[in-house]
Ligand binder design. Structure first.
Ligand SMILES: [Zn+2]
Length: 146
């Protein structure tokens, strides 16, 4: 939830990944800015996203409005994978896997005891750690032929 900022959402999208981050209670959220559009027919429903357009589509529940659907520019409050969708909930449940992997890299693969300073060297340390782990996984999956 601490990662729910406009900058982090934009950085994820810039790297071609979808942010799956729970909503932080900001003044805008308390005002209800994050809620789907509404009309006299009820609350609009999610009708798919277009990453190229950078917007999710929302549709009038009965289709009697004109236009019956609208693209809403994606942002922290209206992500391409809406927080009320099943897909968001399923992806969010998967976060434990990534935390487990980070823990393993830190404690079993020596990612944690940093003995270098500076982002370039720390990046190299992390890259080499992950490379070593992937090489071991590859060797296990496809043992060398004699
Ligand atoms: Zn309507």
């Amino acid at each position: 939830m601490g990662y729910d900022t406009e900058a982090i959402h934009a950085a994820c999208e810039a790297r071609g990944s979808r942010p799956i981050i729970p909503l932080k209670q900001t003044p805008g959220v308390k005002r209800g800015d994050h809620r789907p559009p509404e009309c006299e027919h009820g609350t609009w429903t999610f009708a798919g996203s277009d990453p190229a357009r950078g917007a999710p589509k929302w549709r009038c529940p009965t289709g009697d409005c004109s236009p019956a659907s609208r693209w809403i520019k994606a942002d922290r409050l209206h992500p391409l994978v809406p927080r009320e969708s099943k897909r968001w909930k399923s992806l969010y449940r998967g976060r434990a896997c990534v935390e487990r992997e980070f823990g393993r890299l830190k404690h079993e693969w020596a990612l944690l005891p940093l003995r270098v300073r500076g982002v370039e060297r720390v990046r190299l340390h992390a890259d080499l750690t992950i490379l070593a782990k992937l090489a071991c996984a590859l060797a296990r999956a496809a043992p060398a032929q004699p």
